[in-house]
Write a protein that binds this ligand. Structure first.
Ligand code: AMP
Length: 122
């Protein structure tokens, strides 16, 4: 599948500094910030700075440096956000069935409470 990146999506605007965000961690290739509508006491979004729509797009098209940086930031944040001991959940929604709202790759880090089962029954 060929992905077309929409540079008007809200996370692209955050990366360009057009919309404010509550940054918790930033590196050369990666930005992490608080979700504006938190669904748990800890709810942070981690995005690559490059134009990738979703996880499989990123895994195929990003450089090794971007992938290593992104992966390490997600892992470091689990420690820095204090959710390692009691546990956490990583979610990355993609496309229509994944109900992805923002078409720029993001991993949700959720924690700080028992999160329930992975999926609600439809
Ligand atoms: P998803 O459904 O995985 O695409 O989730 C998109 C997430 O982005 C949702 O949890 C929103 O609350 C969050 N979100 C949307 N706009 C902003 C924003 N300006 N700053 C921080 N988080 C946002």
């Amino acid at each position: 599948m060929t992905y077309t990146y929409d540079d008007q999506n809200i996370f692209a605007k955050i990366l360009r500094g057009e919309i404010p965000n509550e940054t918790v961690h930033e590196t050369e290739h990666t930005l992490a910030f608080r979700d504006i509508y938190p669904q748990a006491p800890v709810h942070v979004l981690v995005i690559p700075k490059g134009p990738y729509v979703c996880y499989d797009h990123f895994a195929r098209a990003a450089s090794d440096a971007e992938i290593v940086d992104y992966t390490r930031v997600v892992g470091q944040l689990c420690a820095e956000l204090g959710v390692q001991e009691d546990g956490y959940r990583l979610i990355s929604n993609a496309g229509a069935h994944g109900v992805q709202e923002v078409p720029h790759l993001h991993v949700h880090i959720l924690g700080g409470r028992v999160l329930g089962r992975m999926l609600a029954k439809a």
